[in-house]
Write a protein that binds this ligand. Structure first.
Ligand code: PEP
Ligand code: MG
Length: 576
């Protein structure tokens, strides 16, 4: 008899789906290390040439598709890969070595590619250096074709993806296949793949440690993103329960949606601006058709992820103008590239400590040409006066001064070319690095608004990697140090007469709503899927009570005591 098995992980994106599993593996193919005997050489060469031809065909197809979806310029990576496969000198060297050394084609091909990789890595040209990991892709493609293994280029539609690990790029790409959920061995709740799942409103469970080994493609599974659970081979009874829950969920959402256009204010009349976090295009529908709200955080990394490179100024202008137009008359806060950390492209250079590395504003200040293109596109899209610019990962006053100086240069250039833009465009920064919290007063004097990025602020204050499943229990939004930091930054913002919002995932946690309101936060920017729920909590509390709750919890020494106090507040108000 088939037995129901329940696997537990970390709940990363709410929701329930019942569907077939699809195991996604990104294979690294082994090379054959043995020697050939004389009679095998000819066949080996033929097989290698066939594999090259087959790989070129595959790449050509991918390139065509890529042209259609993201345009010629952004598909250049495939041209570069094809050039290697068609490089006569490179291939001739491999063929000569197979004949002479009597080693397998995969062994020699791997060695020659590694040499090429080393050349690229030591190049002065950054673009060439970044091509290093594309080499691995070619390597796997050709060796796979030599082994006559199939290309796994897409996942089954309507399936739940099970993987050891998913990159943000995987998550975005698979979303086009109407994926019903994601479960991964690795990752924490604020890893970027988890955030993307929430943004897509697809249930996700992460940190499952070895789920990828225990499930087979085609297994019927239930993913419960509320409780961080995967049920393999659910019994009739479990299926009935989950189907019932799904129905209740739909009913609940319907009811919540009825309150969506009511004001976002507490019972005693304190207005809390409620806006949406937008990660990529599919979510804009929510802002336009359902939330009728502004955008408190528009992440621009997806443009980079989709294109595989920095998109052109014109492509950006098109995107930002569209966002500004559909959001109007509400505001949209567009954040400049926050590339790095876990938002790496597959071919980005690897760093030992990416979260402490070349990330966010640091990249932009080093790559002024790219930064200027983004700022120029943002300014050109600001004609409706509803665009705000936000810089991520600011850790010193110097950085914001430099960023503003570059912005001033871009404005001057637009002025000279008589290009219109919002002369009073507001500039803000993310508060997500501890040094920014210590410098909050000085930073507030330089900008028009603050937005607290709790995902990073928590990881940096507590020294707990946001994506590491082994220490996920230490990643605590209600840690006293975190709450005191939020309080103190909020006071600094208000002392300097600027507004402050929270756009990290903490703002999307209904248990944190009363706390953030009580701490004095002016705006919450949340993932669209929880927007109605958060509005409902705001409308059911008194600002005076929330303030009192915060006065009490700010005196408590541990997260456990704080959480208990908040939960009892919610229970009393019937909010749990
Ligand atoms: C944050 O750090 O809270 C944030 C909103 O930015 P990201 O998750 O994109 O790093
Ligand atoms: Mg951040």
């Amino acid at each position: 008899m088939i037995k129901e098995i329940i696997y537990k992980g970390i709940a990363a994106s709410p929701g329930i789906s019942i569907a077939k599993a699809y195991i996604f593996t990104r294979s690294n193919f082994e090379v054959d290390i043995e020697f050939l005997n004389y009679s095998e050489t000819e066949k080996e060469i033929k097989d290698f040439q066939n594999a090259l031809e087959f790989s070129s065909k595959e790449l050509n197809k991918i390139r065509l598709l890529s042209y259609e979806k993201i345009g010629e310029k952004n598909s250049m990576i495939f041209d570069a890969q094809l050039e290697i496969l068609n490089d006569k000198f490179f291939i001739a060297t491999i063929l000569a070595r197979i004949e002479k050394e009597k080693r397998t084609a995969s062994f020699i091909f791997d060695e020659e590619l590694s040499k090429l990789g080393q050349v690229l890595l030591s190049s002065q040209d950054e673009y060439l250096r970044e091509r290093f990991s594309d080499i691995n892709d070619i390597r796997n493609r050709v060796i796979r074709n030599m082994k006559r293994e199939k290309l796994v280029s897409k996942v089954d539609e309507y399936s739940i993806i099970i993987a050891h690990e998913l990159t943000p790029a995987d998550t975005i790409l698979f979303s086009k296949r109407k994926v019903q959920g994601y479960a991964t061995d690795k990752g924490g709740t604020t890893s970027h793949a988890a955030i993307i799942s929430r943004a897509l409103r697809v249930p996700a469970v992460v940190g499952m440690k070895d789920i990828a080994k225990n499930i087979t493609s085609g297994d019927l599974i239930v993913i419960d993103g509320f409780n961080g659970v995967i049920v393999k081979n659910p019994t009739e009874k479990s299926l009935r329960n989950y189907k019932k829950k799904l129905e209740e969920l739909r009913e609940y959402e319907k009811k919540l949606n009825e309150t969506i256009d009511l004001p976002s204010e507490t019972i005693d009349g304190k207005q809390i601006e409620l806006s949406a976090n937008i990660e990529f295009d599919e979510e804009i529908d929510f802002v336009v058709n359902t939330g009728h709200c502004g955008i408190g955080l528009y992440r621009t990394e997806h443009l980079f992820l989709e294109a595989g490179d920095f998109p052109s100024e014109e492509r950006q202008l098109e995107e930002y103008s569209h966002i500004a137009t559909v959001t109007f008359p509400n505001n949209v806060t567009i954040r400049t590239y926050d590339i790095g950390g876990d938002k790496l492209l597959p071919h980005s250079e690897k760093e030992d400590n990416p979260f402490l590395g070349w990330r966010g504003i640091r990249i932009c200040l080093d790559r002024v040409d790219i930064f200027k293109e983004q700022l120029s596109a943002l300014l050109r899209a600001s004609g409706k006066k509803n665009v705000k610019i936000m810089f991520p990962m600011i850790s010193s006053v110097d950085e914001i001064v430099k960023a503003k100086k570059i912005l001033a240069e871009v404005k001057k250039d637009l002025d000279e070319h008589k290009v219109a833009y919002d002369k009073k465009i507001e500039i803000g920064i993310m508060i997500e690095v501890p040094s920014a919290y210590f410098l909050a007063d000085e930073l507030a004097k330089e900008v028009d608004f603050f937005s607290i990025g709790t995902n990073d602020l928590i990881q940096y204050i507590l020294a707990v990697d946001r994506g590491n499943e082994f220490i996920s229990s230490l990643y605590c939004a209600f840690h006293p140090a975190v709450l005191r930091a939020i309080k103190s930054v909020t006071q600094a913002a208000h002392r300097n007469k600027i507004k402050i919002s929270v756009c990290g995932e903490m703002a999307s946690d209904r248990l944190a709503t009363a706390v953030l309101v009580g701490l004095g936060i002016d705006e919450l920017s949340v993932v669209p899927s929880v927007f109605p729920e958060i509005k409902q909590v705001i409308r059911k509390i008194n600002f005076a009570d929330a303030k009192k709750l915060c006065e009490e919890i700010l005196l408590l020494p541990t997260e456990e005591k704080i959480r208990t106090k908040i939960e009892s507040f919610y229970k009393k108000k019937n909010l749990l």
